[in-house]
Write a protein that binds this ligand. Structure first.
Ligand code: ATR
Length: 291
């Protein structure tokens, strides 16, 4: 029941209409008997900083930030968490004295999701496909969690080079190697964990993968696609066809939300509850299989 004590959290971005975040946060609030609602706010580019000021003035407890504002919004914050500062993007704002503090829960969300699937990062050789915002977060995650090597493959080599350079500088890890997609044949003759962080294969473009040659997938023992719609991407099918394990990104979405909720409410969400929220998300997305 919304009453005079109800706290509000929300999402700012453009577009926000297809978001699953209200489902995550309103379910958590219900399960935890918190008097809290989560609402999406469609914000136009020119209004981003006035929206932030307005949110503070309206006593909003916290916000998520999505495309295209994850970097731009940082200028308007009173402080930024060290990890988010490194990554150069925030997706969660927590109300503090005088304004909002920015965090990045995408990266720890990806880590928690992968650990939940039993995927180790430490000591792994990882191939990341892409060099956009999602790939950057994945590259930082791998470097900070002590992967033994990270191969960053992107259509435009220059972007891969720039991301690799930045991750190296900010984490002090040397073994980040930029490559163009077509150079995958030059990967060492071993098997890799691959993180698919491009937008290729995202609904409705479901019949495509960023690399379609079977030779690439013979080098992959585990494939993690950050895309969750569809729940079995073409990338995942190609990994499985060569005998690898494949996962979609719905758990990453789940855990970035759970970590945000934990920050806003200064609690830790029991794993049992995370599973309950995940079941609801899966139902909404029509996910049947969990191989
Ligand atoms: P996000 O924030 O979701 O990562 P982004 O920053 O726009 O989105 O990045 C999209 C990624 O998908 C990039 O790595 C992009 O490659 P380029 O840097 O070469 O543009 C990649 N990508 C998008 N469409 C692609 C395509 N048709 N083939 C190969 N890579 C593609």
């Amino acid at each position: 029941m919304i009453d005079g004590y109800t706290r509000t959290c929300g999402l700012i971005g453009n577009p926000v209409e297809h978001t699953l975040s209200p489902m995550i946060h309103n379910t958590l609030a219900a399960l935890l008997s918190h008097n809290l609602v989560y609402v999406p706010f469609h914000v136009e580019k020119d209004n981003i900083f006035s929206a932030l000021k307005g949110a503070y003035a309206l006593n909003l407890l916290g916000l998520n930030v999505t495309v295209p504002y994850k970097s731009q919004i940082m200028e308007g914050l009173v402080s930024v968490d060290e990890l988010a500062e490194k990554i150069g993007a925030v997706n969660t704002l927590v109300r503090t004295e005088g304004g909002y503090k920015g965090y990045n829960t995408d990266m720890p969300g990806l880590y928690r999701a992968m650990r939940g699937e039993g995927i180790e990062i430490e000591g792994q050789e990882v191939v990341i496909l892409g060099a956009g915002g999602a790939a950057r977060a994945a590259a930082f995650m791998c470097a900070l969690q002590n992967a033994s090597a990270v191969y960053l493959l992107n259509r435009s080599y220059d972007k891969a080079l720039a991301v690799a350079k930045e991750v190296k500088e900010k984490t002090g890890k040397e073994y980040i190697y930029p490559m163009s997609l077509s150079q995958y044949e030059k990967l060492p003759d071993r098997k890799f964990l691959a993180i698919q962080a491009t937008s290729v294969g995202l609904y409705p473009d479901t019949e495509r993968a960023v690399i379609e040659e079977e030779a690439f997938y013979r080098k992959i023992h585990t494939g993690y696609d950050l895309i969750y719609k569809p729940s079995e991407t073409c990338f995942m099918k190609l990994v499985r066809k060569q005998g690898g394990e494949a996962y979609h990104g719905l758990k990453m979405l789940l855990y970035q939300g759970i970590i945000a909720y934990e920050l806003w409410n200064n609690i830790s969400v029991p794993e049992k509850m995370a599973v309950q929220v995940y079941e609801i998300l899966k139902k909404k997305m029509g996910v049947m299989d969990e191989r």
